[in-house]
Design a protein around this ligand. Structure first.
Ligand code: ZN
Length: 290
């Protein structure tokens, strides 16, 4: 069984509000244990987290060994003040604030750093990404600070230009990465950057009526076409579902994601499994503190 390379254990696949209520006055340890038990029972023994600001992720990382799970956590994600990211992390305003947060993550046992470089896909409007992406120079500074501290960087990002800048900045993994063009995909292949396409959060919206159906269809098709192209170009595509996000339950979300990857691979399971296994191995090697 493949590992889950992008999960948020504090979320429950249904409602963000409900998740916050559950953990805001202290980690609901039973809920975390139950979730880890589910992963163990599904045969999933590797999880890389996206973090949260309630300490749920770091609690999970502490006890995951008891469930036979290799668990990698950034503790919390980091975003720039005024930009997307408040739901899973802490904010910085200046580069020195950012350095302080990286040190805090280190003290709290982070295995790597997660940074929000851009906003979310707007599921109602094809082609639109919410908010504005960080500037190229800022991305470079942030990645540099993390690497100096021995941390790999997991980057939440969407939009072709933003992804291109993130790749040149030396990001270790691209999460989501909506609307990439051939240029970014080829660059990713050349650099050996890991890509976690997380098709499930949009693909699983199909038929739910929660957003504009035509936009949801088009975004899903765009991402699947890019995964197909990435596989052809030799990109290190890794399996991660964004488990915990609305419509993406823990464990079954990973199965959904695998089906999307298989669709993008035109059913070539052998090739797909080889790529996913090699990428997971790289994630395991890189996403721990060096
Ligand atoms: Zn996420």
């Amino acid at each position: 069984m493949f590992g889950e390379c992008h999960a948020h254990i504090f979320m429950n696949g249904r409602s963000y509000k409900e998740a916050v209520e559950r953990h805001k006055n202290g980690v609901d340890q039973q809920a975390v244990k139950e979730c880890l038990r589910q992963y163990r029972d599904a045969g999933i023994s590797f999880i890389r987290e996206g973090g949260d600001r309630y300490g749920v992720s770091s609690y999970a990382a502490k006890i995951a060994k008891d469930y036979g799970i290799d668990y990698r956590s950034p503790v919390f994600a980091i975003h720039k003040k005024g930009c997307y990211g408040g739901i899973v992390g802490l904010e910085y305003e200046t580069l020195s604030d950012f350095s302080v947060l990286v040190k805090k993550a280190a003290e709290e046992g982070a295995d790597f750093i997660k940074i929000m470089f851009a906003g979310l896909l707007d599921f109602d409007v094809y082609g639109r990404v919410t908010g504005t992406a960080l500037s190229f120079s800022e991305m470079k500074e942030l990645v540099h600070i993390c690497h100096e501290e021995g941390f790999a960087v997991m980057v939440h990002i969407n939009g072709a230009e933003a992804v291109r800048n993130a790749l040149i900045s030396g990001a270790d993994s691209i999460e989501h990465g909506g609307y990439m063009t051939d240029e970014e995909l080829s660059r990713m292949a050349r650099l050996g950057t890991i890509w976690v396409p997380t098709v499930s959060p949009v693909g699983n919206l199909r038929g739910t009526g929660r957003f504009d159906e035509a936009a949801v269809e088009a975004i899903t098709a765009m991402q699947l076409a890019n995964v197909k192209r990435a596989l052809a170009l030799g990109v290190s595509v890794a399996l991660g579902s964004d488990a915990g996000a609305v419509g993406v339950p823990h464990c079954s979300g990973l199965m959904d994601e695998y089906q999307y990857m298989l669709e993008a691979a035109d059913g070539d399971k052998e090739m797909l499994d080889r790529v996913l296994a090699a990428s997971e191995k790289q994630v395991k090697e890189r996403f721990r503190r060096h």
